[in-house]
Design a binder for this molecule. Structure first.
Ligand code: FDA
Length: 300
């Protein structure tokens, strides 16, 4: 992390909570499920799909995990009751991955059963590298148990990702490909933008050629135009992939992708844990802080 980013993060942490909320609010639907439902309904009316995320991660007690499970169950019921075109994204450390793997597995399984009753889908987000192997192991276990309504995330900044997709392609895994939001050591992760972009496009090509369904999750024009090129060259059907973007980021680009007749899904986080989430995001990806500050001072 460079000095300017370190200073920005220290500055953010000194600010009072209501002020930090001004920074965070752009990226979060609100604190309540109703807020997320409203955002997804608007997205749907604009021909965009949603994926809802109950904010929270790295919980330290079973009680917190159980409360997250209940909140996610509510999301699945609500998507169904409101006829929303949306699915659910979860983080395994929110369900106690670091407390007890079996406990976590049983709750994810329960949510998948509810999702499949509604013919819906659940994506397991990828967190920092301390959880990658366990996350993939749990995902592969769920696949071997017969769940077809579950997907995973691969991060292009991770050196291991090429090896990981070699295992995932034969099982036709449903994969969200992103660049990776967590700061990782150089020994295990690519650090330069060029290397990460190169790896993203390399992995994307392999996944699309291997007939995996890919959620192409980026706001980077360079990567999006690379994806457009593959889609054209491989003559892919619109149902073979989707683009994915975060709530509050590059809305004009979102509109353009939809106008270009591609499917697009927006990641819609909500919940009471917005403060901790925002601070963690700022720490993990200081670039985001720069965007927030730019937005603040430009009044956008
Ligand atoms: P990049 O950061 O280069 O952004 C390209 C351009 O987009 C910037 O120049 C800027 O204009 C704009 N931009 C990007 N972020 C912005 C912001 N916050 N505010 C304003 N403008 C912004 N990561 C992970 O490790 N695990 C995961 O499970 C997920 N899940 C996920 C889901 C979805 C739907 C998306 C889109 C992303 C993720 N990510 C993620 C995050 C991802 O790894 C990455 O950190 C961000 O997408 C930023 O990288 P980009 O590829 O968008 O490029």
């Amino acid at each position: 992390m460079n000095l300017v980013n370190q200073l920005i993060i220290s500055f953010i942490q000194l600010l009072p909570k209501p002020l930090v909320k001004r920074f965070a609010i752009r990226y979060i639907a609100g604190e309540k499920l109703d807020d997320a439902v409203r955002v997804v309904r608007t997205l749907n009316s604009r021909n965009m799909m949603g994926t809802m995320d109950v904010l929270g991660e790295n919980v330290t007690t079973r009680e917190e995990s159980l409360s997250a499970v209940r909140a996610c169950e509510q999301v699945l019921h609500s998507i169904h009751e409101n006829h929303l075109n949306a699915n659910l994204s979860i983080k395994l450390t929110q369900f106690g991955l670091k407390i007890d793997g079996e406990f976590c597995h049983s709750h994810v399984k329960r949510l998948l059963e509810i999702a499949s009753r509604y013919n819906n889908f659940m994506r397991i987000d990828m967190e920092d590298s301390s959880t990658t192997s366990e996350t993939l192991k749990l995902y592969e276990r769920l696949c071997s148990e017969g769940f077809e309504n579950v997907g995973i995330v691969i991060q292009a900044n991770m050196r291991r990702s090429e090896e990981d997709i070699r295992r995932l392609i034969p099982v036709k895994a449903n994969i969200r490909l992103c660049t990776g939001a967590y700061i990782e050591p150089e020994t295990i992760a690519f650090k330069s933008k060029e290397e990460i972009r190169r790896n993203f496009l390399k992995l994307l090509k392999k996944l699309l050629e291997g007939k995996s369904y890919v959620g192409i999750a980026t706001h980077d024009d360079f990567l999006i135009s690379g994806a457009y090129q593959y889609i054209q060259e491989m003559n892919l059907d619109k149902t073979d992939y989707e683009f994915q973007m975060l709530h509050g980021v590059r809305t004009k680009l979102r509109d353009k992708i939809v106008a270009d007749r591609h499917r697009l899904r927006v990641y819609v986080p909500f919940g009471q844990h917005w403060y901790a989430y925002s601070l963690r995001r700022f720490k993990e990806n200081p670039q985001i802080v720069r965007y927030v500050l730019q937005a603040l001072f430009s009044g956008n």
